[in-house]
Design a protein around this ligand. Structure first.
Ligand code: ADP
Ligand code: ASP
Ligand code: MG
Length: 407
């Protein structure tokens, strides 16, 4: 079998952990498998590089950030390879460029366009284990680009797809995908399986066990993969196409997103083109906004609210200020920080009614006030005061029986 594995930052976070990874890879080789491994930077290294950049520059140029951040993975691939050689395993490290990772789009959040696996195939054919730097690639101009935080997940899924791996495993510091972050909800349970759509929705609202774009890629190219622990041999979570039995579960998981802020613009003339004007400037400024709620006009004026990460609040305010005058004399901007978002996700929601009511009732009974609400076909999100987000997650997790029901 050709196995592609990915080890995240914690899994290669110390010399002992690196030796552990090398030992695991060695046993796969001894079982006769071809192995390619995508690795992240050692835990904390990428954050440290970001801090270093900010020491010297208020707004570090993104091109240079990519040059800097990609060094984290360059260290870890060499170290993992050395640990393997120490165990007598033939292994070579390759950077994103050498692995043929072709990227496009903006620096620090590039997309993988294509992968040319020629060199990787050659090494694999020679019986070597290939250790690939995650999180990085090069664009058409030959410039180094990174794939957004957590981007090694995407490198691994895309790599597995390009070499047509028989098995793709994402190894991390938890046993799989849980019904909620096990660090927050102690009674969270590991899910034996989850559909692409559910994991994609969860990842896009804060479940960082997989980067959301990696799940999107896996869905698009049909890459079935498993999330499991690098520290034990427990079975993990299979991420796959949905099948009928999955719809019986109404809520698959609960997710939280902290450090959110809300901006509300009031006094917007009730005329065509106003929303496009507001959202257009935010789009141009490349700011991701999230929940968008617009209220029906009252006395000829409408209001729009949306949420974003607190780090983006200043940029949103700055981008919208000039627009206020274009909206006329009544327009006003209010903002609020210190909120968080709680979401429940499940494909079973499509065929079950009353799910939102059940969620709101649980929050009400827990004395937790709901701010904004938004829903999609398989997700319900609400904002709550940030100080109450963990209580909110636990209350809702238990209201849907996620701590007890078999998955
Ligand atoms: P890696 O370094 O391996 O990429 P991450 O730190 O990115 O690992 O992701 C693993 C972490 O994701 C876990 O330690 C866990 O706290 C967090 N997490 C959040 N939500 C979930 C969930 N629903 N299931 C499992 N882990 C979750
Ligand atoms: N090292 C990168 C990060 O910390 C990529 C990854 O770990 O997936 O975001
Ligand atoms: Mg990660």
């Amino acid at each position: 079998m050709l196995i592609v594995q990915k080890y995240g930052g914690t899994s290669v976070g110390s010399f002992d952990r690196i030796r552990n990874v090398a030992g695991r890879i060695k046993s796969l080789r001894e079982d006769g498998h071809q192995v390619a491994v995508v690795v992240s930077a050692m835990g904390g290294v990428t954050d440290k590089l970001v801090t270093m950049a900010r020491e010297l520059c208020d707004e570090p140029p993104e091109r240079e950030m990519d040059v800097l951040l990609s060094t984290g993975e360059q260290q870890s691939i060499a170290l993992v390879t050395m640990a393997l050689r120490q165990l007598g395993v033939e292994a070579v490290s390759i950077t994103g460029r050498q692995a043929g990772m072709k990227t496009s789009g903006s620096h620090t959040r590039a997309r993988i366009e294509a992968i040319d696996p020629t060199l990787s195939r050659r090494y694999l054919g020679e019986g070597k284990v290939v250790i690939v730097a995650g999180f990085q690639g090069v664009n058409e101009e030959g410039l180094i680009q990174t794939l957004g935080r957590g981007g090694s997940d995407l490198s691994a899924i895309a790599f597995a797809s390009s070499v047509r791996a028989d098995l793709c495993q994402v190894l991390t510091d938890v046993d799989g995908v849980y019904t909620a972050d096990p660090r927050v909800v102690r009674d969270a349970r590991k899910l034996p399986e989850i559909s692409y759509d559910e994991l994609l929705e969860l990842a896009s609202v804060g479940t960082k066990v997989m980067q959301s774009r990696s799940v999107e890629f896996a869905k698009k190219y049909g890459v079935k993969f498993e999330v499991r622990s690098s520290l034990n041999n427990n079975p993990g979570t299979i991420v796959t196409e949905e099948h009928e039995a999955m719809e019986a579960v109404v809520i698959r998981g609960v997710s939280i997103e902290r450090s959110q802020a809300r901006v509300t613009i009031t006094g917007i003339p009730d005329e065509p083109g106003m929303s496009a004007l507001i959202l257009g400037v935010l789009g141009e400024a490349e700011i991701n906004i999230d929940m968008i709620i617009s209220n029906t006009a009252h006395d000829g004026y409408a209001r729009h609210s949306f949420t974003m990460h607190t780090n983006d609040l200043g940029r949103v305010q700055a981008a919208l200020k000039p627009v206020l005058s274009d909206l006329g004399g009544e327009a006003n901007l209010e903002s609020e920080a210190g909120i968080a978002k709680l979401s429940v996700v499940g494909i079973g929601m499509r065929s079950h009614s009353g799910v939102a009511a059940q969620m709101f009732k649980a929050l009400g009974e827990g004395g937790i006030n709901i701010g904004m609400i938004s829903t999609s076909e398989i997700k319900i999100s609400v904002t709550v005061e940030e100080a109450r987000i963990e209580d909110a997650a636990r209350v809702v997790h238990s209201a849907f029986g996620l701590d007890t029901a078999p998955a």
